[in-house]
Design a protein around this ligand. Sequence first.
Ligand SMILES: NC(=O)c1ccc[n+]([C@@H]2O[C@H](COP(=O)([O-])OP(=O)(O)OC[C@H]3O[C@@H](n4cnc5c(N)ncnc54)[C@H](O)[C@@H]3O)[C@@H](O)[C@H]2O)c1
Ligand SMILES: [Zn+2]
Ligand SMILES: [Zn+2]
Length: 393
Amino acid sequence: MKALAWHGKRDVRVDTVPDPGIVEPTDAIIRVTTTAICGSDLHLYEVLGPFIREGMILGHEPMGVVEEVGSEVTEISPGDRVVIPFQVSCGHCFMCGQGLQTQCETTQVRDEGMGAMLFGYTKLYGDKDGGQAEFLRVPQANYTHIKVPDGPPDEHFVYLSDVLPTAWQAVEYAGIPDGGSVTVLGLGPIGDMAARIALHKGYRVIGVDLVDERLERVRSRGAEVLDLREHEKDLAEVIRGMTDGRGTDSVIDAVGMEAHGSPGAKTAQQLVGMLPDAIAERVMEKGGVDRLHALHLAIDAVRRGGTISLSGVYGGMADPLPLLTIFDKQIQLRMGQANVKRWVDDIMPLLLDGDPLGVEGFHTHRVPLDQGPVAYEMFQKKEDGAVKVLLSP
Ligand SMILES: NC(=O)c1ccc[n+]([C@@H]2O[C@H](COP(=O)([O-])OP(=O)(O)OC[C@H]3O[C@@H](n4cnc5c(N)ncnc54)[C@H](O)[C@@H]3O)[C@@H](O)[C@H]2O)c1
Ligand SMILES: [Zn+2]
Ligand SMILES: [Zn+2]
């Protein structure tokens, strides 16, 4: 089959690899019909190379049709239309029972001290080949799937794999009070969808980014927006000015470790990228290599006693944080990978009754899998108005 595989920093290729087959009786094989590129994939493309095996198939936002199931799979059968969550979870352990599927005790990557296995996401998360391919092997398939009805096109449902539950959890974890306000930092797919969900729930949304079309997409849905390029120095001050001098009740960070505006850490990330993998890995695990501009903005812009919800992915183990301010402002911090299955029942009604979140027009590009390498580059450079790219295998 054809698959998009990682070969090095900014080097993603279309490889021909063996078709996956059933390995465990709880596996299923999915024929992928649509698969998306995520901002998390960009971290692999740019920064997280030391943790990836060359040739690993990327991707964790696939949907398609069940092709084959293992002997213990009873919940899906060949022909079913399914979306695959980005994490592998069992549905019957203590953590899954708590709605913490990203901590699934059956698939936790214990050797690395990490949570549940993720598709296409480094050896830290189980070194599992991902879904930017014609076929995907899905472990724990009795639970690691979301059945969706026939009829609407793939773009109606594909975001259940990641964008929708991640944005939903970001808003839930933000703990916005009734009638309250939230600043959303970063208006890529995650921040954009979080803004749409917060608006749908009746909150005041202030969106921040530095890319024209991203600001415009969110503004057109009813949010107020601020262009970081115009407020490099005074963003939090401006947000306080808009909120009775306090700051918003909550802030969602949908930017992550490659934030614009952190020149020191950008250099550190680039230096780490030049080290041999084994050393780079240690530096990244022990040192502080995240670009923390957005997180610092969040701490500044949230009101006293407010909540910061981090969905942007961070990876440093010793990142310097202003604990004095976090403590003094009595800030609550919640974060983590999204527990996909935890939120499906909340989200599904918004997909089955009209399209209040505008999922069908959400993607800016759909290209054949063959053009994946070009699509990665376009998405990373934010060229041609790219916000969300779907691939057709
Ligand atoms: N927690 C989860 O489960 C989960 C799931 C999916 C994605 N993510 C993470 O969410 C983040 C966003 O993902 P995405 O797909 O939207 O990616 P993206 O890269 O398209 O979006 C990031 C946006 O942040 C903007 N930005 C950069 N620096 C900024 C700054 N200092 N202030 C404000 N905005 C800034 C960029 O212009 C861009 O529009 C990534 O870190 C990704 O890894 C987390
Ligand atoms: Zn993703
Ligand atoms: Zn589990």
